[in-house]
Design a protein around this ligand. Structure first.
Ligand code: NAD
Ligand code: UD1
Length: 354
């Protein structure tokens, strides 16, 4: 297949592009590098031994996007491009609705124009809001609690309405639980800009000595050790879930929803302990106030994906932490700035098809 991947230079996108290339698919990437570096794709290409076609384009640029679809004529799209910082979405909601919702509308128009109607969308367990009925199953009523979450919820609804209106569409809403880990080569991984919002990258930066200690948000939750419990899932398992969904969509029209999680929860203290054990470093922490909007516990029922996609997560917490640590040690400051990329401006323009 020829798969167009939006946001393919980002964390989950780059791992998925690598698997698509390894499986022999042709891949075109559209990314504006607002939260990533083309260096990730240079490394993906070298790991795969073949190249994805990379285009530096913003989904908000409808004209350029339409042209790329006309030029590439993809069979299917995996749509990762989006902004994902919950706190920022509260202070700048319109930026989130514009980028995530309008960006998706532009994408759907560009797809229709070339008769491409197979789409895998990056949704999130955030659409379950503060639901307390565990484990979370796809039929749990949706209830997002912040603008980021509502962009995901609105897009899911929009895609369901689209598929209901026209049976030529095949759509997957994949609800990720907490993606962590990195490729086993240690060459690609998550490269958060500024202070990480999420637990695992924060703990990794404490272990490497970039930050002093982990602030544990709440020690009095009704969980075994009092700290928050989440369903961490290895990014390689998550990437494999996208390939399984694509395969399913080739034979099934309509809109489908699958949880991608392991079904098992780990507490904040368990994550910190695993990191200390794997890295051999001290990981100092301090229990502070709860973070507003956090739930005590959240983990997936991933049976639907197992039964329908034949997919299940294979990696446990120890492996997630080992891979994350290898990536963090080898790349203590992430991919580095674009000018450390080792290419002249002219070479970069050619690489990015500018
Ligand atoms: P990421 O920020 O690493 O990747 C997103 C990519 O999209 C980046 O490369 C960014 O430059 C690009 N992008 C953003 N807006 C764009 C635009 N308008 N035009 C073109 N490119 C644009 O994030 P990620 O962790 O890889 O997440 C991928 C998707 O999965 C996102 O939609 C995110 O909301 C969703 N998701 C992520 C998590 C998580 O914890 N990482 C959890 C649930 C859902
Ligand atoms: C967060 C977002 C969620 C988003 C997901 C993936 C919130 C409220 N939720 O989920 O919408 O889909 O990231 O991007 O922001 N923790 C600490 N110290 C830290 C960071 C986190 O103790 O410095 C704790 C949290 O309280 C939580 C656990 O670690 O119990 C995991 O947090 P995090 O990695 O931010 O993920 P979520 O809160 O599950």
């Amino acid at each position: 297949m020829h798969v167009l991947v939006t946001g393919g230079a980002g964390y989950i996108g780059s791992h998925t592009v690598l698997q698509l290339l390894e499986e022999g698919h042709e891949v075109s990437i559209v990314d504006n590098f607002s939260n990533s570096s083309p260096e990730s794709i240079r490394r993906v290409n070298s790991l795969a031994g073949r190249s994805a076609h990379l285009r530096s384009v913003d989904l908000l640029n409808q004209q350029e996007l339409t042209k790329i679809f006309a030029d590439t004529q993809p069979d299917a799209v995996i749509h990762f491009a989006g902004l994902k910082a919950v706190g920022e979405s509260v202070s700048e909601p319109l930026k989130y609705y514009r980028n995530n919702v309008t960006g998706t509308l532009n994408l759907l128009d560009a797809m229709e124009a070339v008769d491409c109607r197979t789409l895998v969308f990056s949704s999130s367990a955030t659409v379950y809001g503060e639901s307390t009925a565990l484990p979370l199953i796809e039929s749990t009523p949706r209830n997002a609690t912040n603008p980021y979450g509502r962009t995901k919820l609105h897009i899911e609804e929009m895609l369901e309405e689209l598929a209901a209106s026209d049976p030529r569409w095949s759509i997957a809403n994949l609800r990720y639980f907490n993606p962590v880990g990195a490729h086993t080569s240690g060459l690609i991984g998550e490269d958060p800009q500024g202070t990480p919002n999420n637990l695992m990258p924060y703990v990794a930066q404490v272990a490497i000595g970039r930050r002093e200690k982990v602030h544990v948000f709440g020690g009095d939750y009704p969980t075994a050790d009092g700290t928050g419990v989440r369903d961490y899932i290895h990014v390689l398992d998550l990437a494999a879930g996208h390939l399984a969904a694509l395969k399913y969509l080739r034979e099934s029209a309509g809109a489908h929803t699958w949880n991608l999680g392991t079904g098992t929860g780990s507490s904040v203290l368990e994550v910190i302990e695993a990191f200390a054990r794997v890295s051999g470093k001290e990981v100092p922490y301090k229990i502070v106030e709860r973070r507003s909007g956090d739930v005590a516990e959240n983990y997936a029922n991933a049976e639907k994906a197992r039964l329908e996609l034949g997919w299940k997560a294979e990696h446990g917490l120890e492996q997630m932490v080992e891979d994350m640590w290898r990536w963090q040690k080898g790349n203590p400051t992430g991919f580095g700035p674009i000018d450390a990329f080792g290419m002249t401006d002219e070479e970069l323009d050619i690489f990015l098809n500018r």
